[in-house]
Ligand binder design. Structure first.
Ligand code: 3PG
Length: 335
């Protein structure tokens, strides 16, 4: 197209689009497609540095993120036009909810879309720990054949403790039952009948740590869950315990975990999430009984398409028609 016609069409599109959406993380193209079909203007800029986000945000009505973008008070206050923040995923600990609520900005997440991916990843970590798969693979890559060193343990008839018995925890438990594991779980927010229907015994956190051979953690990061798992619980667990955390970094005290793994208080641990991400120089990585993945729990093609589609539909419906679903900060409704 001649430049002037292209310019004219571009301007017309700008005027027509009532709402501008900024996508600042690596999100499935399904998200952009849904917004665009709904007549919204999308700027797909994954990996925006904090300064870049601050400079751009004043022009946008909607911001869509995963966990990498830190939506701080500063960002929210700079977002003069901001009406909605959408989290293509579950955890919203990277968004200053208080600041958003004060400004009447709706925060939405996509619940359930990545549940299966997260549950499967936790299970993959559990099997990796049980059979030393990452270490054995690394050893073979280095030309070795170490069968004795990497002998493992079975999951069969072992006790799996689930800390946090919401959707993801229950999906892990469902898979564990197929392996003939016995399930015990801790979650003060879940009614007794849910434990019963999931064939899980409702236990205190301490009892879960005393009895389990494997523990998988599925809780959000909140002030009351920060360092929930640390020395106090490692002191009462079996030395054969293997711990998996694919929920949120910060729930497990990494310094305490390092000490427990190094001294043999725990048999092994696998983390997908870290107190700071990326974790930088993580001492845990020097230990043979430690397995790590870089926050991959929700990173599957299917999970990403689902959360991208859910969040785009939710935010588009809110901006265009005022429809509300999956709202995190319900306090804004009274404002
Ligand atoms: C979540 O909270 O939904 C998961 O931890 C996924 O986070 P991510 O979208 O950054 O992969």
């Amino acid at each position: 197209l001649p430049t002037d016609i292209a310019q004219e069409q571009y301007s017309a599109k700008e005027i027509m689009a009532e709402f501008n959406i900024l996508i600042s993380d690596n999100i499935s193209p399904v998200c952009t497609d849904i917004f665009t079909s709904a007549g919204l203007q999308v700027d797909y800029s994954p990996g925006l540095a904090p300064d870049g986000l601050l400079n751009k945000i004043p022009a946008y009505h909607g911001l869509i993120v995963r966990s990498a973008t830190k939506v701080t008070r500063e960002v929210i206050e700079a977002g003069r036009e901001l009406k909605a923040i959408g989290r293509a995923g579950t955890g919203v600990d990277n968004i200053d909810l208080q600041a958003a609520t004060e400004r009447g900005i709706a925060v939405f997440n996509s619940r359930g879309g990545n549940t299966i991916s997260a549950a499967e990843h936790a299970f993959a970590l559990m099997m990796s720990l049980a059979r030393n798969i990452p270490a054995a693979h690394g050893s073979m890559k280095n030309g070795k054949w170490e069968r004795k060193k990497f002998a493992g343990v079975e999951l069969y008839q072992k006790i799996l403790g689930v800390v946090g018995f919401g959707q993801i925890g229950r999906e892990v438990a469902r898979r564990a039952r197929a392996f003939d594991m016995q399930i015990i779980a801790f979650d003060p927010l879940i009614p007794e009948e849910v434990f019963a229907s999931s064939h899980a015994e409702n236990c205190s956190l301490e009892e879960v740590f005393r009895q389990s051979d494997f523990i998988t953690i599925h809780v959000p990061l909140l002030p009351e869950t920060r360092h929930l798992i640390g020395t106090r619980l490692f002191e009462i667990c079996k030395p054969s315990l293997r711990l998996i955390n694919a929920s949120r970094g910060g729930v497990v005290d990494e310094a305490a975990l390092f000490k427990a793994l190094k001294s043999g208080v725990l048999a092994g641990a696998a983390l997908d999430v870290f107190e700071s991400e990326p974790p930088g120089n993580l001492k845990l990585l020097n230990l043979d009984n430690f397995v790590a993945t870089p926050h991959l729990g929700a990173s599957t093609r299917e999970g990403q398409d689902r959360v991208a589609s859910e969040i785009a539909q939710t935010v588009a419906a809110y901006l265009k028609d005022g429809q509300v679903s999956n709202l995190v900060n319900e306090e804004i409704l009274g404002k």
